[in-house]
Design a protein around this ligand. Sequence first.
Ligand code: URP
Length: 512
Amino acid sequence: PSPSLSDSTTQFCSAGSEYGGVSSTRILIKGGTVVNAHHQQLADVYVEDGIIVAVQPNIKVGDDEVTVLDATGKFVMPGGIDPHTHLAMEFMGTETIDDFFSGQAAALTGGTTMHIDFVIPVNGNLVAGFEAYENKSRNSCMDYGFHVAITKWDEGVSRDMEKLVKEKGINSFRFFLAYKGSLMVTDDLLLEGLKRCKSLGALAMVHAENGDAVFEGQKRMIELGITGPEGHALSRPPVLEGEATARAIRLARFVNTPLYVVHVMSVDAMDEIAKARKSGQKVIGEPVVSGLILDDHWLWDPDFTIASKYVMSPPIRPVGHGKALQDALSTGILQLVGTDHCTFNSTQKALGLDDFRKIPNGVNGLEERMHLIWDTMVGSGQISATDFVRITSTECARIFNIYPRKGAILAGSDADIIILNPNSSYVISSKSHHSRSDTNVYEGRKGKGKVEVTIAGGRIVWENEELKVVPGSGKYVGMPPFSYLFDGMEKSDANYLSSLRAPVNRVRTEAT
Ligand code: URP
């Protein structure tokens, strides 16, 4: 697939024989509870050539060529959209074990039908990075989009940002405030980037940890003789995540542009987001499933292979943070759930056997996200099925401006659909998962509520525990700029300018 902006506007063309799933292009899902973010109802769903054609009770099609799926007693929902993945990413001297094909195949078995990956520039060059990711993603078996990281600043970067937005379907750029010496950017670069994002209608995203202080924390641990995986958590405590989150939020406020905070892992960061949202600022907070479900005791496990698989940044936090993040998600303080799927196998993790600073950062989650959120949050009554759809799919589609093509079971939407059986159980294991990794951070975890069928682009790709996908069948989804987060921005800029001329109006205009 060759990414271009036009891909974002055309409806999904017939998937034809590209998909390796069941060959029928007409599917009737009967008798299920159809769940959207705004509403749920008992209804049938009829799909033709990759597009949802009708959603209503008692659809009759009277045609032998239609594949009929019985969803009685089950939930029929939009496929998940994961806003945060790293497939085929070169990082910390190695490359993630999951590429676009294996990561996406795993995702489909867990009910995720689209993800947004991060393009890492080549020597700071955005277009070269984008082209490299076009190549990496040629073996895709499900729909995907890209964010692009900014790692240096000059006229060329500024120009390339415009080119990517206007010609390549990019509407978000990420700034790493951590990883000193590699991906990290300084405040002056962040400011330039925020201004440029605003002018292009692109969403600025931040990895919020204070990279200078993390560097100092790492030195401190080594001096204390702490070289094992626990040193990772101890060297970058929540206070450093809270500081960077607050700083990025304040700079975004100063520029008056929306901000998206990736992998919110601590109460410290979440509180900053809550405060900003309460004051009317447009800040989106994305927790990831590992931060919601796990706690950091694993990093002290005496078995390095076990402890090292939990190393990611920001670190998985002590007991209490995850539940607080769940509460924030259920009440709308945080908006959507990602995975930060960035898998390294045990051999790769062993690069840091003698020094936690060399353990490649990242955990799995693409296959597990939907199941774990359903079991933990819907299963416990914390959220409803409609909330589940909102935080795993619809809100992501809205933020990245592809709703209702994605993120909805509506006539005209792409036929990315899952059927979830709330009574079916599972046990997670690296022996049976679909990632290429030999470990799984959720090893042995049991849950209820299983995705029994996944339909991607109108094709049944997961049914009866069988995965039927073909490399190269996934489509790039270009994402247009100026999402709803930019609505009203011109007016608020005008208000700010007029407040400069009328000092009496300057009360509480914190952007000044
Ligand atoms: O540990 C992590 N999170 N690895 C992937 C890179 C990032 O920071 O998202």
